[in-house]
Design a protein around this ligand. Structure first.
Ligand code: C2E
Ligand code: MG
Ligand code: MG
Ligand code: MG
Length: 278
């Protein structure tokens, strides 16, 4: 009994910066069981306003702790959901988890806008708009407290339906953020057709930028581009204080990364929100 419990616990070495690093093979049936059986959890990572040094939101990052296989990384199980026609179910779980968090934070006396990742496939699914608006209603959350993170790949995968749904969501007051900006294979020109309110500069440009002139130049250029387009900019993968300060000097609005906080269970995050006066 004790040994079994021990086997189910996620050892610290399997969590790198709050990110699960193990990834055994899993299949669609196991994922369905995880969704329905409460094996999934939504963790939160703070997003900080650089000038105010204040947490102004959080990104929801899904976690799966499999009873025998341990932590499965999101890269693995999101691919399983996408390839097995389960993306709509996963999106429903994810939207509910994110909006429940917004509602719980509100009950604790805090406004906490949550950024929800949307897989490229979810974006091209019929009925996404109704699904998300329904979830907002269910949790009595205002659209402005939900941010949808979509990748450039998502934008291209089904340009017609994607563009149309994104416009509807935006018109309803939900904000849209372009995730992993700079590493997708989409042309910048696609952004012409999308009402994105935010750009997230991919961590591959940010993390080592102080030691690499090319990266630094590209981060500068992306910040300038975003501002020119009237978008807010979030730098991802900010791991140290020097980088955080440099980003502030460059005019980057928001930062996310280990220097600010690692992903942690939502309940813990909300509790600390209360304690720190965030
Ligand atoms: P993402 O949306 O770009 O999320 C950022 C990833 O960077 C997260 O990895 C996060 O833990 C990690 N990270 C945050 N700060 C730092 C840092 O300072 N340094 C480094 N090296 N890494 C940092 P994670 O949680 O493994 O998620 C990976 C990807 O999986 C996400 O990339 C997102 O595309 C996807 N994902 C995660 N949760 C969900 C979800 O609920 N739905 C969907 N559709 N995709 C999700
Ligand atoms: Mg994201
Ligand atoms: Mg990202
Ligand atoms: Mg990323």
């Amino acid at each position: 009994e004790q040994a079994m419990l021990e086997a189910r616990r996620v050892p610290d070495h399997m969590l790198l910066g709050g990110t699960p690093v193990q990834s055994d093979g899993v299949d669609a049936a196991e994922l369905l069981e995880a969704i329905n059986g409460g094996q999934l959890a939504m963790h939160l990572q703070p997003i900080m306003d650089v000038r105010q040094r204040k947490v102004v939101g959080a990104e929801g990052l899904a976690r799966w702790f499999h009873p025998s296989k341990g932590a499965i990384s999101p890269g693995v199980f999101i691919a399983v959901a996408e390839n097995s026609g389960m993306i709509s179910q996963f999106t429903r779980w994810s939207a509910n988890a994110c909006l429940q968090i917004v509602a719980q934070a509100r009950e604790a006396g805090h406004r906490l806008p949550v950024s929800m990742n949307l897989s490229a496939k979810a974006f091209a699914e019929r009925g996404l708009v109704e699904q998300l608006l329904g979830a907002l209603k269910l949790w009595d959350v205002e659209p402005k407290d939900l941010v949808l993170e979509v990748t450039e790949t998502a934008i291209v995968s089904d340009i017609q339906r994607g563009a149309c749904q994104l416009r509807q969501l935006n018109a309803a007051g939900i904000r849209v953020s372009i995730d992993d900006f700079g590493v997708g294979n989409a042309s910048v020109a696609y952004l012409k057709q999308f009402p994105a309110t935010e750009m997230k500069i991919d961590q591959s440009f940010v993390t080592g930028m102080l030691g690499d002139l090319r990266s630094l130049q590209m981060v500068k250029a992306m910040i300038a581009f975003a501002r020119q387009m009237g978008m807010r900019v979030v730098a991802e993968g900010v791991e140290d204080e020097n980088t955080l300060e440099a980003l502030g000097d460059l005019g980057c609005n928001l930062v996310q990364g280990w220097a600010v906080g690692k992903p942690q269970p939502a309940s813990e995050f909300i509790r600390e929100l209360a304690g720190s006066g965030r």
